[in-house]
Write a protein that binds this ligand. Structure first.
Ligand code: UFG
Length: 328
């Protein structure tokens, strides 16, 4: 058992805040940096140190690193501070490149200046674009179909080159569809204008929105609606603890998918919510840019990190529902 000092950039956001909880549960020291553009101060674990700061502003990041690293340097830096809405990225490509790619570039520059050797980076299944196989593997072609996926792929490449030059280690995780809330219900997905399927279906079920729309039921899938790979946010967050320890201990880099090997259709997800409460829904047209199916192979994560999801779709739905009831 060893304790790391971990800097979590974007630790007030949905996935970042869950990673902070898992790091603290595993006994690590956590420093959070977040500009609170979408994150919430109340989502930061009380045992983590918090700095308000924006990684696209080098001066802000450097001064926080200076203060912290004088005492004890960070062992690992984790990056969650990205903009991540696909339709928004089509509308705001300049903002997405600035925040997502320039933010990573500045973070890496500051890391090299302070000689910090390990970086854990949140990437996405969106780097695969239209998957060429039913189950995505890490070696599959990466041809993003939107600016969001492009910025994540550009960041991945930048990280790899910088790590090669400065003898650093990276752990890049490609996420699939993330849902659910921490078992304490202290943190969860909380923001205006939610767009993701599970919280939208639950909002409709709880009467927090009039109804939901199923975007297309004429895809070439078992019931005509899109198939996605859903992962509980706490399983995903715990993978970050394993990834950080792995690169630190082994002085090695890795890139892995965090998925479940299993896909559910949109209609199956709605049915699962309906085991608890009826969901008012309508079938609508397809949403632009939606591939019919994205499912991840988690073979590599299992082999290298011993990671596999412990929770299933019903756990994601139950915890998100409880969190939403508590916070509405
Ligand atoms: N969906 C609906 N109705 C809704 C919302 C979603 O039918 O109101 C459908 C979508 O069309 C899609 C599925 O539910 O088929 C999942 O959609 P989400 O918006 O929940 O998630 P996405 O699959 O579009 O995107 C997620 C992440 C991205 C990531 C991508 C990679 O949000 O950041 O997975 O697979 F890039």
């Amino acid at each position: 058992m060893f304790n790391l000092k971990v800097c979590v950039i974007g630790g007030a956001g949905y996935i970042g805040s869950h990673a902070v909880y898992e790091l603290i549960r595993d006994g690590h020291e956590v420093v959070v940096i977040d500009n609170l553009s979408t994150g919430l101060r109340e989502m930061v674990h009380k045992d983590a140190k918090f700095y308000l700061g924006d990684i696209t502003k080098k001066g802000e990041l450097s001064s926080i690193f200076k203060k912290e690293c004088e005492k004890k340097p960070f062992d690992v830096v984790m990056h969650f501070a990205a903009k991540l809405i696909v339709p928004e990225s089509l509308d705001q490509p300049l903002e997405y490149y600035h925040n997502n790619v320039e933010g990573v570039r500045i973070m890496l520059e500051v890391m090299t200046e302070f000689n910090i050797k390990n970086v854990v980076f949140s990437s996405t299944a969106a780097v695969y674009g239209e998957p060429v196989k039913n189950i995505c593997e890490e070696e599959d072609p990466t041809i993003p179909v939107n600016p969001y996926g492009e910025t994540k792929l550009a960041s991945e490449k930048l990280i790899k080159w910088v790590c090669k030059k400065y003898n650093m280690n990276y752990c890049i995780f490609r996420y699939f569809n993330v849902a659910g809330a921490d078992e304490t219900l202290e943190i969860g997905l909380k923001k205006d204008n939610l767009t993701h399927l599970i919280p939208v279906a639950i909002q409709a079920a709880l009467g927090l929105r009039e109804k939901m729309i199923i975007f297309g039921d004429d895809y070439d899938t078992r019931d005509g609606s899109c198939i996605r790979d859903y992962i509980h946010v706490s399983d995903l967050a715990y993978a970050h603890v394993l990834g950080a320890k792995y690169i630190y201990e082994n002085n090695k880099s890795l890139l892995v998918n965090l998925g479940s090997n299993k896909g559910f259709t949109v209609k199956e997800v709605v049915k699962e919510v309906e085991k608890y409460i009826k969901v008012p829904y309508e079938i609508g047209p397809r949403r632009p840019g939606d591939p019919a199916q994205i499912v991840a192979s988690n073979k590599k994560a299992k082999e290298i990190l011993g990671w596999e999801p412990k929770r299933g779709l019903s756990d994601m739905i139950k915890s998100d529902m409880e969190f939403r009831k508590k916070n509405s």
